[in-house]
Design a protein around this ligand. Sequence first.
Ligand SMILES: [Zn+2]
Length: 332
Amino acid sequence: MTGYNHHAEGQTGGNDRGEDDSVRDPAELSSPVVPRDCPSCRSPSIHHRIEVRSKVDLEINPGDVLDEYWGGFRRDDFFFDYVRCGSCGLLYNSEYLRDDLIAHAYSDMEDNTSGVPQHLLRKTQGRYVTAMENIAPMDGVYLEIGPDIGLAAKLAVERGSISKLVLVEPNRATHNALSLLAPTVDTVVLESIDEVDRGIQVDRLFLVHVLDHLANPRDDLVDLRKRMAAGGLLAVVVHNEASFLRRVLGRRWPPFRLQHPQLFSRRTLTTLIESCDFKVLKVRSTFNTFSARHLFATGLSMVGLEPRWLSRVPEFALTVPLGNIIAIAEAT
Ligand SMILES: [Zn+2]
């Protein structure tokens, strides 16, 4: 993997460090960290109190290799402090990485499945599809942001009558697999939300662990709403920062990490979605199916232990509430 600095050098003709800085792109030398106001209601951050401080103090400087911080569940993981919006209640970072740095980091990742066997991932994704099917069947144009390896999209095609798949995945490594996901259905694979055809009328929109990753979640949601048919359905899955697990673990709760510039509760998720011309039909806890071995590995690395003896843990499936929530909403 390459850091953003390396990447930027590639674009400007491969300058080595030590060469005259005047030939470099000015953006490369500007601060990698930018201030933000509440990304849901725009209330100024200056009024908001820090609620969760990072486990480690760290300064990010121009030229740092972002990938060093972007990795997995390490004990010393750095994240930006989270403040609580006094106006809408959202928990968010009042400073975050510049958009171009984030885009590059996401374009160059391994898939997000962290070694969980695919049949178990399918069970978890199947619950998300069912939550929407409880309102209406899987019909019409299906759009998913961050489909990863496309498990939910494939289930939607198998279980309903999807006429078109539009899959927006910043991680190019999965594009080939995504384009072959459903050979009988017209499939478009794109890299960013901006590339989605403005004239499209989306009927089923899935955002699974996406809204808490976006630097500008409200702007993106407003843009997506414009591409939806009235009566179209939206499913959003996010971590629940008001969950029991978060209260027990405090700042060691794993979703407190660099990749999550904001984290939601049922209330703040509903507020954001409904501010973008959707009516939330239901919000409830959702369950994840893991292998016992994967769960142990995650737990061990969270407390800083090497999971060397893990091969002795039997391989069986566990369905657990990990403090995630799903909201189903209708475009109004
Ligand atoms: Zn707010």
